[in-house]
Design a protein around this ligand. Structure first.
Ligand code: G3P
Length: 217
């Protein structure tokens, strides 16, 4: 299972990279704005900065919503760095753009996916990743994990190679349950990764070991 961090914050990206378990980064326009990164040039530069910190794939989102606009922006983003994956929204023009990028060797992440039908379309168009937003489904009393399980079943039925990138992950139980279902990737905040570390028995056990070591030395 790949671990991506879902942020545009360079310090948090560095921290996750230093842990040694980071496989990539996802961002979106809201996450960029949260870090105060505005204006096309600053945003493009920020993507390159992120690529220079991590070893894996970095999703960079198109803003255009028409086919020509998405293709133009996507090609520009893909040119920035070999690690860039072009993030395209699940709309009709987006499906066309994903197919175009697939045919032209540009990797894609189909974002804002909330149903199995949308995920099937993304795979048919050849998306590298599909991003079902599980936290946002949970927010409206719909089981986000059930969607991951449905997509896993559909993709396995036909051998689709599109990777399921569980997005809008909010906490450690999302990560663990996505791993149980077989999501290929999860993207979440640093806390969802670091939270996996925590167990009170680890802390008390270590404390005891260190105390016992001191007694004998
Ligand atoms: O990866 C998608 C993500 O950025 C959305 O997360 O927490 O805003 O639903 P959230």
């Amino acid at each position: 299972m790949k671990f991506f961090i879902d942020t545009a914050n360079l310090d948090q990206i560095r921290e996750a990279q230093d842990l040694g378990v980071l496989d990539g980064v996802t961002t979106n326009p809201s996450l960029m704005a949260k870090e105060g990164i505005t204006g096309r040039n600053n945003i493009l530069k920020h993507y390159v900065d992120i690529c220079n910190i991590v070893d894996g794939d970095v999703s960079a989102e198109v803003i255009a919503t028409d086919f020509e606009g998405m293709v133009k922006e996507g090609e520009e983003l893909a040119e920035l760095h070999p690690q860039i994956v072009v993030k395209v929204p699940m709309i009709k023009e987006g499906v066309k753009a994903i197919k175009y990028f697939t045919d032209h060797g540009i990797r894609t992440n189909c974002t804002l996916v909330f149903s199995a039908g949308q995920a099937l379309l993304a795979a048919k168009a050849g998306a590298t990743y599909v991003s079902p937003f599980i936290g946002r489904l949970d927010d409206i009393s719909t089981d986000g994990l059930e969607l991951i399980a449905d997509i896993r079943l559909i993709y396995d039925n036909y051998g689709f190679e599109t990777q399921i990138l569980a997005a809008s992950v909010r906490h450690t139980m999302h990560v663990i349950n996505c791993a149980k279902i077989g999501a290929d990737v999860m993207t979440g905040p640093l806390s969802s990764i670091e939270g996996l570390l925590k167990h009170p028995l680890t802390d008390s056990g270590l404390k005891q070991f260190l105390e016992d070591y001191k007694k004998g030395n």
